[in-house]
Write a protein that binds this ligand. Structure first.
Ligand SMILES: Nc1ncnc2c1ncn2[C@@H]1O[C@H](COP(=O)(O)OP(=O)(O)OP(=O)(O)O)[C@@H](O)[C@H]1O
Length: 305
């Protein structure tokens, strides 16, 4: 991988607020053209990290390159190449949707057609509506429109679908995939595990200011974390086996169960269940939260949860 294949790279990133070490030696490398998701519990250091990468916050230590430049010293030309979905457009409450998107487009050298962007985010029928009259979900779509209208090479999406209804989330996901397919690199922070699973090419789990796991969503936590759990109840005692061959395990269990009871035909095994850990189960195990499927996961820090 050459440095130019990376849209952004952070090494040993550190940031402290008073006696709180919010970012504590964090490493991150995002390839050009990928959707990279950052997951982590409240207070893990995600927003601080993203704001440093966006150039809105100074770091205490570490190396950062975003589109080849240090965000702390990069100029206007660099800023026009990144897109940031603002959390809040309240200051602009009196403008209407169409005015605002056109106004933002004018700041960029190669913007998308504002009308096309308004269609893309599904706000065509709100084009003359003032910002303060939009619903929460419509406001987020407007935030996204403002983030992408400048045709950014790198787009930061911070919890973009908060307040969306299920249908709006799905159409937003399609929009994000389209942007990626057109070559936009996307850094997505989200609290929705299904969103990361649907969208992200790779996921980093951040806890206590460090990356504790990094992989494709389907591989996160490693093979052991993905083992199926076969459960049943024997003599009133719950039993379980972790296996990558749940079908064979169930067939063997059923055969043994019937044999032990002198039956030639299969018998129902009480409480039989086959469970597959979801990304959410793996994620919760990584950050140390117990769930009913609780897989065993190694973290990048060397410990096992
Ligand atoms: N301006 C600040 N001054 C002091 N402490 C701060 C400041 N900003 C963040 N912190 C603290 O730094 C830690 C990391 O916060 P940060 O907002 O980066 O986490 P986060 O992962 O984005 O959390 P959330 O998911 O809740 O948005 C938290 O303990 C937070 O209280």
């Amino acid at each position: 991988m050459t440095p130019t294949d990376l849209a952004l790279e952070a090494r040993g990133l550190r940031k402290r607020y008073g006696d709180k070490q919010a970012v504590d030696g964090l490493d991150l490398a995002v390839h050009r053209g990928e959707i990279f998701s950052v997951l982590g519990p409240n207070g893990a250091g995600k927003t601080t990290t993203v704001e440093i990468l966006e150039g809105y916050r100074e770091r205490d230590g570490g190396e950062v390159r975003v589109l080849g430049e240090d965000p702390q010293t990069a100029g206007r030309e660099w800023r026009s190449r990144i897109g940031v979905v603002l959390q809040d457009t309240r200051d602009l409450a009196e403008a209407n949707v169409g005015e605002l998107v056109r106004h933002f487009a004018a700041y960029y050298p190669r913007p998308h057609d504002p009308e096309h962007v308004i269609d893309l985010v599904g706000l065509r029928d709100k084009v003359r509506t003032r910002v303060r009259q939009l619903s929460g979900g419509q406001r987020r779509r407007l935030d996204v429109a403002l983030g992408i209208v400048g045709r950014p090479e790198l787009l930061f999406l911070d919890e973009p679908t908060t307040g969306f209804d299920p249908e709006a989330r799905r159409s937003f996901w399609d929009l994000v995939r389209d942007l990626r397919d057109q070559g936009t690199t996307i850094l997505l922070t989200t609290h929705y595990l299904d969103e990361a699973e649907q969208l992200a090419d790779r996921v980093a789990v951040v806890q206590d200011g460090r990356v504790v796991a990094l992989d494709r969503p389907s591989e996160l936590g490693g093979r052991a974390a993905r083992l199926a759990v076969v459960r049943w109840v024997e003599d009133g005692v719950p039993r379980e086996i972790r296996t990558d061959e749940p079908t064979r395990t169930v067939v063997e269990l059923a055969g043994r169960w019937a044999d032990a009871r002198g039956s030639a035909a299969p018998l129902e095994v009480p409480g039989l269940q086959v469970l597959h850990p979801s990304l959410e189960d793996v994620y919760l195990a990584l950050i140390g939260v117990e769930t009913s499927v609780a897989p065993v996961v190694p973290t990048l820090q060397g410990s096992t949860r």
